[in-house]
Design a protein. Structure first.
Length: 636
C-alpha cells in the first residue's frame, strides 16, 4: 500500500465538505476523484499536501516514497527559458555530464598511474550516468515538451513571457520529469489540446508510479483510472473500474436504494393499515395483535430516502421552424493573422440534422472559423451562405455575447421582452438560478455560471442551427450529461468546437479534424475517427523521429478501437444467437403441442406403432428443448 486516507474529515465553518473519508492507493494504481462542482475534490488533495488542515483523521504515505503535486493554478515564477526550467530538474545529470567531459579532457593529458586512476573514476561516473538515464534525458525532455504542445522554436522562450496556461504546462512537464512515486494532479488536462491530452494519457498509463487525479474529462478518466473516489453529499465512496463503470454502478445503486426505500414505505403503509383495521375490531385479541405489530414496526430499521439531485439543470432545445435541407455551404475560406496562416481552401457543406464536431490542436483556428461563420470575424478569402429558413444560435466560450453590466434577469428580459417575470424566473430556475441569484451581475459570475446563462439564452432562441464553442467548459459532469441528452434530442443542425472527447463521442455524427491548415472529414463519432486515424497511420507511418510519440498514441488508440469493435461484434453475435434460439424454442414448443394433440386422436392412441412413433418424437423434441432452455439462459 502506497497511501492510506484514514477517516479524514474537513469543514469550513459550519459547512461540512467531507467526513470520515477512507480509501487506499496501491503502488502503480491510478485513481480519479469525482463529484459535483464544490464537492471538495481539490480540498481532499490539499488536505493531503498540507495546504489545508484536516479536522480529523490523517493521510499515511509509505516510508521513503516521494510525491509530486500539480495544483489547478500553480504559482510558478522563474527567469529561465522553457528548456532551462525543465533542464533544472535534471541538474544532477547535467553535473555528471560535465564531470565526464572534464575527465575526458584530463585523460588526454595524463599518463601512467594518474591516467589509470582517472580512467577508473571515468568508468564509475559513466556507469552511474548511464544507470540514471543520462544518455536519454535530453531526448526525454524534448519528448515531454513536444507532447505538452511546445514547438522547438518555443524552447528558448522565457517562462515569464508565457500565459498562465502555458506556465501550467511547463510546471506539469517539470513534474513528470521528476518521476515521483505518487503524482497528484488537479485538472491536468486544463490548457491542453487534444493532441497533448492523448500524449499525457499514454504517459500516465505507462507511468511506473501511482496517480491520484481530479478531472472533468470523462474520456481521460476512462483511459487512465482503475479506481474512482467519489465525493457526494459529504460522503466519500470508492468504486473499482474506470469512469464509465462507476457511472453505471452509481446509477444502479441509486435506483436500488430508491426501490428499497419505496418498498419499505409500502410495507410500513400496509402494516399501519392492518394495525388500524385490527384496532377497529375492538376485540381483546385483535387489539393485542395490533399492539404486537406496532412494536415490530417501531423496531424496524427505517431507510432514509435517497437524496434527490438538487443541482441538475433541465432544458430542451426546440427549433421554432425546420430549415431547408442545405444548412451551410462555404467555399475556399481562408484566414491568417500576419504571416501565420490558420487555414486556407476550406470547403464546408452541412446538411439539416447533422451534428458536426470540429477538433484540432490549440491555435489552429477552430474558434476563428465559428466566428467567421457567425459574422464576428471577416474571412481573408472565400465565402459562405446559409440555407433557407436557417436561424443561427451561437454559444461563445468566452461569453462575449453576454453584457457584463447587466444582471442575469436583465440579460434575459432585454433579449426576450415578451416574457413576463414569472416565465423568466421559471426558466432561470431550470438553470439553477433561484431567489436573489437572478439579480447577480454578469461581471461577477464564475465561468460555469456564465456558461449556464449562455445556455439559457440558447434554449430560448429556438434556433435550428446551433454553433457552439467549447460548450462543456466549466460544466460539472452531471450538467455535461444533461447537455448531451438535450443535444441528442435536438432536431436541428449542430456545428461545434470541443476538446471533450466523451462529449464528442456521444453527440457527433461527423468530425472535421483541422490539421496542417486544412480540414479532414470523418463520418462518425470520436471512436470511429480514432479507428480511421489508426488506419491512416498504419498506411503512412510518421516519417520524423520527433513524432514517434504520435505513432505510439495512435497505436494505443487503434488497439482500443479494435477491442471495442471486437466487443461490439461479440455482442451482435450474442443478440443474433439469442433471437435464433428463441425462434427455435417457439417452433419446437408448437411442434410439441402438435404431438400432444396427435396422441389424443383415436387413430393414433389405438395404434401401438403410431403411439410409439409419436412418443419417440416427443422425447427427442423435449430433449432438444431442454438444451435450448439452458442455452437461452446463458445468452440472456
Amino acid at each position: 500500500m502506497l497511501l492510506l486516507c484514514d477517516h479524514v474529515s474537513k469543514s469550513f465553518g459550519e459547512t461540512v465538505i467531507f467526513q470520515d473519508a477512507v480509501f487506499t492507493l496501491e503502488e502503480r494504481e491510478k485513481a480519479a476523484i469525482v463529484g459535483p462542482n464544490g464537492a471538495g475534490k481539490s480540498t481532499l488533495i490539499k488536505t493531503f499536501t498540507g495546504e489545508e488542515e484536516a479536522d480529523s483523521g490523517q493521510f499515511v504515505l509509505a516510508k521513503g516514497k516521494t510525491v509530486g503535486y500539480l495544483a489547478q493554478n500553480p504559482v510558478f515564477e522563474t527567469d529561465q527559458t522553457i528548456y532551462e526550467t525543465l533542464l533544472d530538474v535534471k541538474k544532477d545529470l547535467v553535473f555528471m555530464e560535465k564531470k565526464i567531459r572534464d575527465l575526458e579532457h584530463a585523460m588526454s593529458e595524463l599518463s601512467g598511474e594518474e591516467l589509470a586512476e582517472c580512467m577508473a573514476q571515468y568508468d564509475r561516473v559513466s556507469h552511474e550516468f548511464e544507470r540514471a538515464g543520462g544518455f536519454v534525458y535530453r531526448s526525454e525532455m524534448t519528448g515531454v515538451l513536444k507532447g505538452l504542445g511546445f514547438t522547438e522554436a518555443e524552447f528558448d522562450k522565457p517562462v515569464s513571457q508565457l500565459s498562465g496556461g502555458q506556465r501550467t504546462r511547463v510546471f506539469l512537464g517539470r513534474l513528470l520529469l521528476t518521476k515521483p512515486d505518487l503524482l497528484l494532479l488537479d485538472e491536468p488536462t486544463d490548457h491542453l489540446d487534444l493532441h497533448s491530452i492523448v500524449w499525457l494519457e499514454t504517459f500516465l498509463i505507462n507511468y511506473p508510479g501511482s496517480v491520484l487525479l481530479v478531472a472533468h474529462d470523462r474520456y481521460f478518466m476512462d483511459r487512465i483510472a482503475t479506481k474512482i473516489i467519489e465525493i457526494d453529499q459529504t460522503k466519500v465512496s470508492v468504486f473499482s473500474g474506470n469512469y464509465s463503470a462507476y457511472s453505471e454502478k452509481k446509477a444502479m445503486l441509486r435506483e436500488a436504494a430508491l426501490r428499497a426505500w419505496e418498498n419499505q414505505q409500502e410495507q410500513i403503509k400496509h402494516q399501519e393499515e392492518v394495525i388500524e383495521k385490527l384496532r377497529s375490531f375492538n376485540r381483546e385479541k385483535s387489539v393485542r395483535r395490533a399492539e404486537s405489530r406496532e412494536k415490530m414496526l417501531q423496531k424496524m430499521d427505517v431507510l432514509e430516502k435517497p437524496v434527490e439531485e438538487k443541482n441538475e439543470m433541465f432544458f430542451t432545445l426546440t427549433p421554432a421552424v425546420e430549415s431547408g435541407k442545405d444548412v451551410l455551404a462555404a467555399e475556399n475560406l481562408a484566414k491568417s493573422y500576419g504571416d501565420h496562416c490558420l487555414f486556407s481552401g476550406v470547403d464546408l457543406d452541412i446538411k439539416r440534422g447533422e451534428r458536426v464536431a470540429i477538433i484540432g490542436d490549440n491555435g489552429t483556428g477552430k474558434t476563428t472559423l465559428l466566428k467567421i461563420l457567425t459574422g464576428l470575424v471577416p474571412a481573408d478569402e472565400g465565402s459562405f451562405r446559409l440555407g433557407s429558413k436557417v436561424h443561427v444560435g451561437y454559444y461563445d466560450q468566452e461569453h462575449q455575447v453576454l453584457h457584463p453590466e447587466k444582471t442575469i434577469f436583465e440579460e434575459i428580459q432585454d433579449e426576450y421582452p415578451t416574457m413576463n417575470h414569472t416565465q423568466i424566473r421559471n426558466m432561470l430556475a431550470a438553470f439553477l438560478f433561484t431567489g436573489d441569484d437572478v439579480f447577480k451581475k454578469i461581471a461577477l459570475l464564475s465561468g460555469g455560471e456564465r456558461g449556464r446563462v449562455s445556455l439559457a439564452k440558447l434554449m430560448l432562441s429556438h434556433a435550428n442551427f446551433l454553433m457552439l464553442d467549447e460548450p462543456t467548459n466549466h460544466l460539472d459532469m452531471v450538467s455535461k450529461e444533461i447537455l448531451e441528452n438535450a443535444l441528442n434530442a435536438y432536431t436541428g443542425t449542430l456545428l461545434y468546437v470541443s476538446h471533450d472527447r466523451y462529449f464528442i463521442n456521444r453527440t457527433a455524427t461527423r468530425i472535421l479534424d483541422l490539421r496542417d491548415g486544412s480540414f479532414h472529414n470523418y463520418i462518425g463519432n470520436y471512436d470511429y475517427y480514432l479507428g480511421e486515424r489508426a488506419k491512416e497511420e498504419a498506411a503512412a507511418p510518421a516519417s520524423e523521429a520527433d513524432d514517434a510519440f504520435v505513432s505510439r498514441n495512435v497505436t494505443q488508440s487503434k488497439s482500443d478501437w479494435l477491442d471495442k469493435k471486437e466487443k461490439e461484434a461479440k455482442e451482435r453475435k450474442r443478440v443474433s444467437d439469442l433471437k435464433k434460439t428463441e425462434e427455435e424454442i417457439d417452433r419446437l414448443e408448437k411442434q410439441l403441442s402438435s404431438i400432444d394433440e396427435a396422441l389424443m386422436r383415436e387413430e393414433v392412441y389405438s395404434s401401438p406403432s403410431e403411439t410409439l412413433k409419436y412418443h419417440k418424437e416427443r422425447e427427442s423434441v423435449s430433449a432438444r428443448l431442454e438444451e435450448l432452455y439452458e442455452k437461452w439462459e446463458e445468452l440472456s
